[in-house]
Design a protein around this ligand. Structure first.
Ligand code: HEM
Length: 494
């Protein structure tokens, strides 16, 4: 990137943030005493010192409450299959069409400096800068999610983070949450709608991004790297792109006709369920290549704000409750974390925006629509209205009622299918050993509940877990004596 101040040629002249040329960034004004050697008094008129020190503690923005640690890069999405028969989404308008993209790949529970080889969910967020607005994909590396009830999301995450008193990640909290909230894991996250704006037809769709290359780390290796190379994956992505070894993902769709959805074996709006590939095969429709590292991580990646609510005409949400809640939560997080004008930043900015009814706010720098009317239906500047272009929800008419998700027998079926796939492959051994490694750090009574939960999938898992835990207990308990339950008076406790 060109140096912002070329007055000194290749060696720019240092200035204040207001552009005043300055003698040297390391000097300050001091009042020196005639009687004592060294030291001095600082002056309020030393704008250079004050600006430097005042800006420093404001360099941090709040880190993301989840998915704080990440690597990111720029790239492009290419359409490889004609699916104009099901959607008018412009990224798919022509085979070979390319759309600029920004990706951010994260861990979930740890903070910004946390090691990135630890066992955790990986986030996969993508923004595609289309001519009809930004289209964001915000997914995980698991095809299903832990819960289907959005009100539990903050609790889920707190139980995976640090204990409120010891400040250490805590296996008892983790498993206590899951023992008592048994929405069983599987694969495949939300269901979206792909539709045609002209005729109103639509299909239900799940999206899967499949990497061309994939390598997994064994627990011991990951643990060692967490100490030696806490930024192992961040470096890996950065170096691969620098070396021209661009990572590539294929976008695959599972497509279901709304008629089929009415009688399908699974509730298609439950994000804890997959659609088995034998029912809905994966159809490759595009390719993502990451080919450019950020010029500046904070500017391009930290300030990037992704949201499942960013959809383009031809793609729409469904009655998936988790998706509905997320559509509120991400823009709300961005307004808090980056500020109400976050959409103006180059990493978030859509190609064409005319939105004069959202004005002012901190850090507005795009001209703020000058004298354009800031109220709707002004006769001084008319706007062109177009036909509605949403994918509609014509199948939903009903009454409002309370919803609490309960676990039913059916919820264990896909988990059992998964176990049957693992069994005898060697991966079952790995699963039991990884699971017992973590459960073994929880309190004995929590361990018992967790064994009971896994036995509901298959009693063999419960038995094998119990045996592995007996062995793990020979290594002794976790060495933080965390208190649980009500330790303090309600509302304080000092
Ligand atoms: C990040 C909320 C479920 C994947 C976030 C953030 C919030 C949030 C507040 C931080 C955003 C920011 O500061 O910019 C929620 C809520 C959920 C939910 C309320 C459920 C009700 C999910 C699910 C997935 C997911 C089901 C995966 C399918 C991600 C990813 C990020 C993220 C990948 C990081 C995005 C980035 O790189 O900036 N979530 N989330 N979340 N979430 Fe969720």
């Amino acid at each position: 990137m060109a140096c912002p101040n070329q007055r000194g040629g290749d060696e720019p002249i240092y200035t204040s943030a207001e552009g005043r040329p300055l003698h040297d960034p390391t000097t300050q004004l001091v009042l020196q005493g005639p009687k004592v050697r060294g030291g001095g008094l600082a002056l309020l008129e030393d704008t250079q010192l004050i600006e430097t020190l005042a800006h420093f503690p404001r360099e941090r923005i709040p880190e993301r409450v989840v998915h704080a640690k990440a690597a990111g890069a720029w790239g492009e999405f290419e359409c490889t299959k004609d699916i104009t028969d099901i959607t008018s989404a412009c990224i798919f308008s022509k085979v070979g069409k390319k759309t600029k993209a920004l990706a951010r790949i994260s861990t979930t529970s740890g903070e910004k400096g946390f090691p990135d080889t630890v066992r955790d969910i990986r986030g996969f967020a993508l923004k595609m800068f289309t001519e009809e607005g930004n289209y964001d994909f915000v997914g995980n590396d698991l095809p299903v999610f832990f819960i289907r009830d959005p009100i539990k999301f903050p609790s889920l995450n707190r139980s995976h983070k640090r204990h409120p008193q010891t400040n250490v990640p805590d296996a008892s909290m983790f498993w206590d949450f899951h023992n008592n909230n048994q929405e069983v894991n599987g694969f495949g996250v939300h269901t979206f709608k792909f539709g045609k704006v002209d005729d109103g037809t639509s299909k239900y769709v799940k999206l899967h991004w499949k990497p061309e290359k994939i390598e997994n780390l064994k627990t011991e290796e990951a643990g060692k790297l967490a100490g030696q190379e806490p930024d192992y994956h961040v470096k890996d992505l950065y170096n691969a792109i620098e070396n021209g070894d661009y990572p590539v993902w294929t976008l695959n769709l599972q497509i279901m006709d709304p008629k089929e959805a009415e009688t399908y074996r699974w509730n298609i709006f439950d994000d804890t369920k997959i659609w088995p590939h034998k029912d809905c095969p994966l159809i490759p429709v595009g390719k993502l290549t990451l080919n450019k590292n950020p010029e500046n991580f904070f500017q391009d990646i930290e300030q990037a704000a992704f949201s499942p609510s960013n959809m383009i005409p031809g793609i729409g949400p469904t009655a998936d409750l988790m998706l509905q809640a997320r559509m509120f939560s991400y823009p709300a997080a961005a307004r808090y974390r980056v500020g109400p004008n976050y959409q103006q930043l180059p990493c978030n900015k859509a190609q064409y925006v005319y939105n004069p009814y959202q004005r002012d706010g901190p850090s507005r720098y795009d001209g703020n629509y000058g004298a354009d009317p800031d109220y709707v239906r002004s006769s001084f500047r008319k706007i062109k209205t177009i036909k509605p272009n949403d994918v509609t929800h014509d199948e939903w008419v009903g009454k409002v009622s309370n919803y609490t998700s309960n676990v039913e027998d059916d919820d264990w079926v896909q988990a059992l299918d998964m176990w049957n796939l693992l069994k005898g492959s060697g991966d079952d051994e790995l699963f039991i050993s990884n699971l017992s490694g973590h459960v073994g750090k929880a309190l004995p009574e929590v361990q018992k509940e967790t064994i009971r939960m896994f036995a509901k999938v298959h009693k063999e898992i419960g038995e094998r877990l119990e045996k592995a835990l007996e062995k793990a207990s020979e290594n002794g308990p976790d060495h933080v004596k965390a208190p649980y339950g009500l330790q303090s008076a309600v509302g304080g406790g000092y």
